[in-house]
Design a protein around this ligand. Structure first.
Ligand SMILES: [Zn+2]
Ligand SMILES: [Zn+2]
Length: 115
């Protein structure tokens, strides 16, 4: 889901144009002419906090039936406020990557990890 951008001057969300410049996006509101820079530092989609923690996240694939196997990891940014429980879970299981939240049952995770 894209983060909603709105003009800080008139609140316009549609008539905006952006031009990518080093480390930021130069935004222009076509409704009122306001210009501003949007920095590209990742921010939490829920609360806008930039206090994020990069956590390795497991990519899993269903192999046989309900069996899941870890096929790789990728780094994701978790909000230290909204996703504190996920960060804590990862810290407990280090150096294992964080398992995806969308899994059939908790029992299946245990099966995969014990194999
Ligand atoms: Zn505007
Ligand atoms: Zn947040």
């Amino acid at each position: 889901m894209l983060q909603e951008i709105a003009c800080s001057s008139c609140g316009e969300t549609e008539e905006l144009s952006g031009e990518r410049i080093a480390g930021a996006i130069s935004m222009r509101c076509n409704a009122c002419g306001e210009r501003w820079e949007r920095d590209l530092t990742p921010a939490c989609r829920s609360c806008g906090s930039k206090d994020l923690v990069a956590v390795p996240h497991a990519m899993v694939e269903k192999s046989r039936g309900t069996q899941l196997s870890v096929v790789g990891t990728r780094m994701i940014n978790l909000c230290s406020t909204c996703e504190a429980d996920s960060i804590e879970q990862w810290q407990r299981n280090r150096p294992n990557p964080l398992m995806p939240r969308v899994l059939p049952t908790v029992g299946d995770i245990d099966d995969v990890l014990s194999e």
